[in-house]
Design a protein. Structure first.
Length: 515
């Protein structure tokens, strides 16, 4: 495999030359060279903390480089803000949407364009309708954004950016939230946009997507460019090696083994949607010791409600939840935890971290009184340090030190802290929601291996994920959650990605399949 830069003079639209960006204690971009050609789909790939978002933010005017420069069509580009970038024809969709949910699609688009165009709603409507027709997207311009699916919301974000007439579109992990059908749709449209001359820079952790979609790939590692390659010349394995610097297992190996007693039994629970975290409408399931039950589903179909009910944050109005011998239907969270329940919520950053605390403190948060870390109320600092260093090493948490302030870590590295902490006890039941969302392949590999190890130890694992590859890889049984219920359960060998995808989208009604 040839990893020397592939350059074609005269073809470049956007070039980063020796771009360096330093944050306290870390060189996020270290003399980065990137050349993006007009009309290509160029993927940026790299582990958590490799510097992808930082580089994109520099191209989009969020940060100014400490050294080096950016050229657009051969001319030096001096950006002071995203507004400058948009004026220069560069747009970006960040991973977290910036839409206003109670407003309509059209209002969201027009707001993005500034007050002046506010008057020109009819012009906006015309362009919006034309755009959706061109790309075969069925979205009602008058629909309230909060009621659209995540995939549709992403379209609104993308259109908002394109509305400014940008020539270069940067997308930071756009597929993390989509169903398989949603990803196909996005890719179809991105290809069409490329064929019409748009240049696309795409950040993703999913190698399959990189191979399927991109023309070229630039791999970053620890702030440096490892290389730029033509996608046609490489396989997933090559990209993984470039990213990680070693061979990576692409498959989590899972041996057959017997399951034990039922650890979690949920019977016909109902939960009203009073907190905006979804509702349950008669959901039943059981998970045995030594079994991973994978729950596939598009977000917003009751995953959060199910999570809340199991961990005791909310209590069902009807139905029962049993963990081993205990009825926990109405037990508060600390009583549930005492039953040996470890949990990793989907919105872990909001729920699970103290951003101003050090990495070390967050790694033992909630466990600081555990016997391992304290005796008679006195903290065992040596043991805490050992545990922190061990976690940082195993999960490859990219941080200058265990004492670093947590808020400065990259998105994926924040997630690793919580996973490390939650998997450190000896639980009887583990409930995880999107355990590898935003994690790079090495960290995902480690987390998946750990979940399988726990299952082999006899732990019951309830895994909720929108990543179907992950569901298929890990699950002993797969269930689909749709509209607050589970009406379809199958063994992985007895179903397919497509079939699960259709149930997730609610396209097929479960015909006689019972949990
Ligand atoms: N505002 C900041 N202050 C301090 N350090 C930062 C800041 N932003 C990013 N960093 C650091 O710069 C490095 C690169 O971060 P960046 O967000 O670019 O990574 P990334 O490749 O996008 O990772 P991920 O896949 O986890 O999103 C990380 O070590 C991160 O901790
Ligand atoms: Mg990032």
């Amino acid at each position: 495999m040839d990893t020397t830069p592939v350059t074609a003079p005269g073809n470049d639209i956007l070039v980063a030359e020796e771009v360096t960006k330093v944050f306290p204690g870390v060189i996020a971009n270290d003399a980065v060279n990137l050349n993006v050609r007009r009309g290509e789909i160029h993927c940026l790939l790299g582990e958590n903390g490799a510097g992808k978002t930082t580089l994109a933010d520099i191209l989009y005017g969020v940060y100014r480089p400490d050294d080096g420069r950016v050229l657009l069509n051969g001319e030096p580009l001096d950006l002071h803000s995203p507004r400058d970038a948009i004026e220069a024809g560069i747009g970006m969709v960040h991973q977290h949407f910036e839409l206003v949910p109670p407003m309509s699609v059209i209002e969201n688009v027009v707001i993005g364009t500034g007050a002046k165009q506010w008057l020109d709603l009819s012009e906006a409507r015309r362009r919006l309708e034309e755009f959706f027709a061109d790309y075969d997207v069925e979205i009602d311009p008058d629909a309230e954004v909060g009621r659209l699916s995540v995939g549709e919301q992403q379209w609104v974000e993308i259109f908002k950016t394109l509305y400014f007439g940008v020539e270069i579109l940067i997308l930071d992990e756009p597929t993390a939230v989509l169903t398989p059908q949603g990803v196909d749709e996005l890719f179809r449209i991105l290809r069409q946009m490329r064929d019409e001359g748009l240049t696309i820079i795409l950040i993703t952790h999913k190698l399959r997507e990189v191979i399927a979609l991109s023309d070229r790939v630039t791999v970053l590692r620890r702030g440096e460019v490892v290389g730029t390659v033509n996608t046609a010349d490489v396989e997933q394995r090559d990209l993984a090696r470039m990213m990680v610097g070693r061979d990576v297992l692409m498959q989590a190996d899972k041996a057959q083994h017997d399951t034990g007693e039922v650890v979690l039994k949920i019977d016909d629970i109902h939960l009203a949607s009073d907190t905006g975290r979804g509702s349950l409408k008669g959901l039943s399931l059981d998970v045995r010791g030594g079994e991973i039950l994978g729950i596939a589903g598009v977000s917003g179909n009751g995953q959060n409600a199910l999570f809340d009910a199991v961990v005791g944050v909310r209590h069902p109005e009807q139905g029962t939840i049993r963990i081993a011998d205990a009825d926990t239907t109405h037990a508060p969270p600390h009583k549930v935890a005492l039953q040996g329940v470890a949990s990793v919520p989907g919105d872990r950053i909001a729920q699970g971290l103290m951003m101003d605390f050090s990495v070390k403190e967050n790694l033992i948060l909630g466990n600081q009184r555990a016997r391992r870390f304290a005796r008679a109320g006195v903290l065992n600092r040596a043991e805490i340090d050992r545990f922190a260093d061990e976690s940082i090493e195993h999960f490859e948490i990219k941080t200058p030190s265990a004492s670093q302030t947590t808020s400065t870590l990259s998105g994926g590295n924040l997630q690793k802290i919580i996973m490390a902490r939650e998997l450190s006890g000896e639980p009887r039941l583990i409930i995880v929601h999107q355990p590898t969302r935003g994690l790079d392949i090495a960290a995902s590999e480690y987390v998946r291996r750990r979940l399988i190890e726990e299952r082999d130890r006899g732990v019951a694992v309830l895994l909720m994920s929108e990543d179907l590859d992950e569901i298929f890889q890990l699950s002993d049984r797969i269930a689909v959650i749709y509209d607050g219920r589970i009406d379809y359960v199958a063994e992985p060998e007895a179903t397919s990605l497509e079939e699960i995808g259709l149930y997730m989208a609610g396209v097929v009604e479960a015909a006689g399949a019972a949990p």
